[in-house]
Design a protein around this ligand. Structure first.
Ligand code: FES
Length: 150
């Protein structure tokens, strides 16, 4: 089945099984390796992308659910030579250790800052509560979001 999927501002016509979780299509069909497979159960947040501006766990829902929606992965914010201010804040605070969780953290934080440009520390922690970091760099991650909001 051919689906038209808008990702990072580009429409892609893809021949995929519509029941395939979005994460697999992003990574395997579109080569977007930012969203990560962590748990595959919607619990860790490593696969988070924005869908119409809201953070969504891309491992959970079938790709067919995202037709006529705007999907943005971490690659859609910026890149190494032209990072988004939030990505730059994560770099400046050296928020990444292994970095596996960071794309999901950034996309969740981006959704927070879009709806609340000056969040309190408690609001940042609440927004990122369900994003797991196995390295324990949460304090630096919170500082990065604070830096981006400043
Ligand atoms: Fe999707 Fe963990 S891989 S929430």
């Amino acid at each position: 089945m051919t689906l038209a999927l808008e990702v990072n501002g580009q429409v892609h016509k893809l021949t995929v099984d519509p029941s395939t979780p979005l994460l697999y299509v992003l990574r395997n069909e579109l080569g977007l390796k930012g969203p990560k497979f962590g748990c595959g159960l919607g619990e860790c947040g490593a696969c988070t992308v924005l869908v119409d501006g809201a953070p969504v766990r891309s491992c959970l829902l079938p790709t067919a659910s995202f037709v006529d929606r705007q999907v943005v992965s971490v690659e859609g914010l910026g890149n190494a030579s032209d990072p988004h201010p939030l990505q730059q804040a994560f770099i400046d605070e050296q928020a990444a250790q292994c970095a596996y969780c960071i794309p999901g953290m950034i996309m969740t934080a981006q959704a927070l800052l879009a709806r609340n440009p000056q969040p309190s520390e408690a609001q940042i922690k609440q927004a990122l509560l369900a994003n797991f970091c196995g390295c324990g760099t949460h304090l630096r991650i919170v500082r990065a979001v604070q830096r981006a909001a400043a």
